[in-house]
Design a protein around this ligand. Structure first.
Ligand code: HEC
Ligand code: HEC
Length: 165
């Protein structure tokens, strides 16, 4: 009886503390590490090695025509399918430039974003420095304006994958 009451109280507390709006999406890089990495390793490495992009669509080595359909039945559910598909598409479309040029000091892009950066109205800033990443990168590591733009876009995309609305 006591146990049943406790369960009841916990249930009421859970309902009361539920957010009124939909819970934010899971951090996609965390999802990958939790659910996919044990078989496929690092997401970016996997995407670049085993997937390719043709006509704007993602293709696998085995699942060429309908990779999106395959993913619907492969460890993903609901809106995770689109989100993970888009993440892999972006990774397969780009070289591993963050890894090659930045990770010696900043680890992976996802880790760097989680530790140091935040989105404000869709624009990326240093969480503690308060600096705009777009402005900062114009004077960091001798990046050209094109490269500063490239890395700002890359980190902004990763921040959207990490901090999903
Ligand atoms: C227990 C191991 C395992 C886990 C966990 C796993 N996969 Fe897979 N995955 C496989 C195997 C094995 C294949 C190859 C199957 C095939 O080609 O029919 C595969 C194939 C794929 C492919 C297609 C590759 C190609 O070349 O066609 C993608 C994309 C993929 N997995 C993504 C994911 C994602 C995203 C997750 C996590 C949400 C995940 N996998 C979790 C084992 C796993
Ligand atoms: C040799 C080490 C090193 C490399 C390589 C490096 N950085 Fe940095 N980065 C730093 C240091 C140190 C800081 C902090 C500087 C400061 O606060 O003025 C920093 C700061 C930053 C910040 C600002 C963070 C904030 O809090 O405002 C961004 C964004 C950034 N780096 C991106 C990059 C990108 C993108 C690359 C690859 C093109 C890169 N970094 C390569 C050392 C490095």
């Amino acid at each position: 009886m006591q146990v049943i009451m406790r369960v009841g109280i916990l249930w009421v507390m859970a309902v009361l503390t539920m957010p009124a709006v939909a819970a934010p999406g899971i951090d996609l890089h965390w999802l990958w590490d939790d659910r996919c990495a044990e078989c496929h390793g690092h997401a970016g490495d996997f995407a670049r090695k085993f997937l390719c992009v043709s006509g704007g669509r993602l293709q696998g080595r085995h699942h060429v025509e309908d990779l999106h359909g395959f993913l619907r039945n492969h460890y993903l559910a609901g809106n995770e399918v689109d989100a993970v598909y888009n993440m892999l598409l972006a990774q397969a479309s780009n070289q591993a430039r963050f890894k090659d040029e930045c990770s010696s000091c900043h680890e992976t892009a996802a880790t760097f974003v989680r530790n140091a950066l935040e989105l404000r109205d869709g624009v990326l800033y240093g969480r503690n420095s308060g600096r705009s990443v777009g402005d900062f990168l114009k004077h960091h590591r001798g990046l050209t304006p094109e490269d500063a733009g490239f890395f700002t876009n890359l980190l902004t995309r990763v921040a959207r994958e990490v901090y999903r609305p």
